[in-house]
Design a protein around this ligand. Structure first.
Ligand code: FPP
Length: 247
């Protein structure tokens, strides 16, 4: 029996990897790869919007990316700023709601202000929930959620026994969107790299050798098609899942 489900993911999370190698192959500076990567971002955002996917989370800058050469970090900050400046109106026009998750206070003030501006501009949009993870780490997210709960216990607002998985989930940065159904990593590596550690517990993982700047609409569509052919069991047996579908 074919276990394919034609259901699209509600939430897609992506590690956009391979910009540097894309540039190196063309004898270009790494920056050119990041710049070319912004086109892929635009294409994937558009594809998600058009197909009614509820949420898209992109890993743009990890807590560990500060270890890169200072020049590259500076250029990435500049690139984020320019991309926000250039894309703000288009995102708004397309009813996309943008939110940056991560410790943004480490970013240049100009970038923080721009982020705040675009978030405010798109706050009431009802289409795609676009989340950009910047200076984000999955462990950091879990720790900050625990700290919030600990503070609530300390001031008597919360009983220790009331700390459940649901309660902790509510304190995470992506609390208001469903957990990702599909995780994509481009660029050939097969790692989670401290991305959404908690939220990826039951996510379908898709790894591709395609470098991020080459990951356009077609490659994204291929990932969606692959997803629809998978059977998600959430701990149940394959037979149980099939039975539930016919009910
Ligand atoms: C990883 O490739 C990519 C990044 C650290 C930056 C991602 C940024 C973009 C795609 C630019 C635009 C993003 C937004 C949200 C506007 P890498 O440099 O690690 O590539 P490599 O593994 O080939 O060296």
């Amino acid at each position: 029996m074919n276990s394919a489900s034609s259901k699209l993911p509600q939430h897609v999370a992506i590690i956009m990897d391979g910009n540097g190698r894309w540039a190196k192959k063309r004898l270009l500076p790494r920056y050119a790869g990041h710049q070319a990567g912004t086109d892929s971002v635009r294409q994937v955002v558009q594809a998600c919007s058009e197909q009614g996917i509820q949420a898209l989370t992109l890993f743009a800058f990890s807590s560990e990316n500060w270890r890169r050469p200072e020049r590259e970090v500076g250029m990435l900050m500049e690139l984020f700023l320019n991309a926000l400046q250039r894309e703000a109106n288009r995102l708004h026009k397309n009813n996309v709601q943008l939110l940056v998750i991560g410790e943004r206070t480490a970013f240049p003030t100009k970038l923080q202000d721009k982020i705040q501006h675009v978030e405010a501009l798109t706050a009431h949009n009802t289409g795609l929930k676009l989340r950009i993870a910047a200076n984000y780490g999955g462990r950091w997210d879990i720790v900050q959620a625990c700290q919030t709960l600990a503070e609530q216990v300390q001031c008597g607002q919360l009983e220790v026994d009331a700390i459940t998985q649901e309660r902790l989930s509510q304190q995470l940065n992506l609390a208001e969107v469903p957990e990702p159904d599909l995780f994509i990593r481009t660029g050939g590596e097969q790692r989670i790299s401290n991305f959404l550690l908690w939220q990826l517990a039951y996510t379908e993982l898709y790894f591709t050798d395609v470098l991020w700047p080459d990951f356009g609409r077609d490659a994204f569509q291929q990932a969606l098609t692959d997803f629809t052919s998978r059977q998600r069991r959430f701990g149940r047996t394959g037979e149980q899942v099939e039975q539930q579908k016919t009910c």
